[in-house]
Ligand binder design. Structure first.
Ligand code: C5P
Length: 311
């Protein structure tokens, strides 16, 4: 760093997400599944502070959720994001990254992806590399299927691996109660379980659509801002696989759905369960019931903006 550097550090905030619709198609030769999803960014945020340094390091990891499981080495997606941006732009320095996490770790809500998205934006501003949002989106897609959405935020349809995005029209605010779980689910394991299930029961359930697509009912419900309508068409093809890996979650799902939720859905590959409420008041009541039953809960709403510089 020199005295001439305009920003000694940059803070960027990026949201977690819920997939309100996720149709998983077939396994592709690259190991990914073709899919169609409707993402909604929700009001849980990851803060990344990027500070000039000679090396690439993850310094502090703190948060409102347990952060013990967060790696600080090359497995960390934020570190990989910073290195990728430096390589692609020919930047010769490094960066110190501090993370503050609100999104449950390994919870199926894209927390690691939000860290990577925030890091791309923070380092681009810190280093003055000046990439366009299109270029940042391309780098984001190389880091993981959910990273481009954490940059974009709001409500969007994702196809391909989930990284080809189109913003979707959405009106109003959707209230959710999340039940978190301290034991994470591995995303590749959930997809693997779905594949095995399809191999075993292909005759009944098929092998997954050739061309997955988001139901028009979902897009209509989001456009109308109607939670009842949305509740009727929530779908996650990974849910059955996750519940097979984690049968303990079934009871949680049943409790929420019989305690006033309009519907419940496993978020991504889980283990977080998202309950859709008819409004803020209903969400607060549902949260009380679930808390009283001994669950760890969070109240969130969506949609919220994607990664942005703050402070
Ligand atoms: O891209 P990301 O690192 O988030 O993906 C984690 C894993 O989830 C992949 O390695 C793959 O096993 C699975 N996945 C998939 N199809 C997708 C997205 C993810 O099979 N479209």
């Amino acid at each position: 760093m020199t005295l001439a550097d305009p920003f000694p550090s940059v803070r960027v905030r990026a949201p977690g997400k819920i997939n309100v619709f996720l149709e998983v198609g077939r396994l592709q030769p690259d190991g990914y599944h073709d899919l169609a999803t409707a993402f909604q960014a929700v009001s849980l945020y990851e803060d990344v502070v990027a500070t000039h340094d000679d090396d690439f390091t993850i310094a502090q990891v703190t948060g409102s959720v347990p952060v013990l499981g967060v790696p600080r080495d090359e497995r960390n997606l934020a570190l990989r994001a910073a290195r990728l941006l430096a390589e692609e732009t020919g930047y010769h320095g490094g960066v110190r990254i501090d993370l503050y996490k609100e999104v449950p770790v390994s919870g199926g809500m894209g927390g690691g992806s939000a860290d990577a998205a925030a890091t791309l934006l923070a380092c681009d501003a810190l280093w003055g590399t000046g990439l366009s949002s299109g270029d940042l989106q391309k780098l984001a897609a190389r880091l993981g299927a959910d990273v481009p959405f954490a940059l974009l935020g709001g409500t969007a349809v994702g196809t391909g691996r989930g990284d080809r995005l189109n913003p979707a029209l959405a009106r109003g605010r959707v209230d959710w109660v999340l039940v978190t779980n301290p034991v994470g689910v591995s995303t590749p394991e959930a997809y693997g379980m779905l594949d095995r299930h399809r191999e075993e029961h292909g005759a009944q359930i098929g092998q997954g659509a050739e061309s997955p697509a988001v139901d028009t009912d979902v897009l209509h419900a989001l456009r109308q801002g109607d939670p009842q309508m949305l509740a009727a068409c929530l779908r996650n093809d990974l849910q059955a696989a996750t519940l097979r890996l984690r049968p303990d979650l079934t009871e949680t799902m049943e409790l929420g759905e019989s305690s006033g939720a309009l519907a419940g859905i496993v978020s991504g590959s889980g283990p977080t369960i998202a309950f859709l409420a008819s409004g803020a008041e209903a969400a607060a009541e549902l949260q009380q019931t679930l808390d009283a039953a001994g669950h760890d809960t969070l109240l969130v709403h969506g949609p919220v903006p994607g990664a942005r510089i703050v402070g």
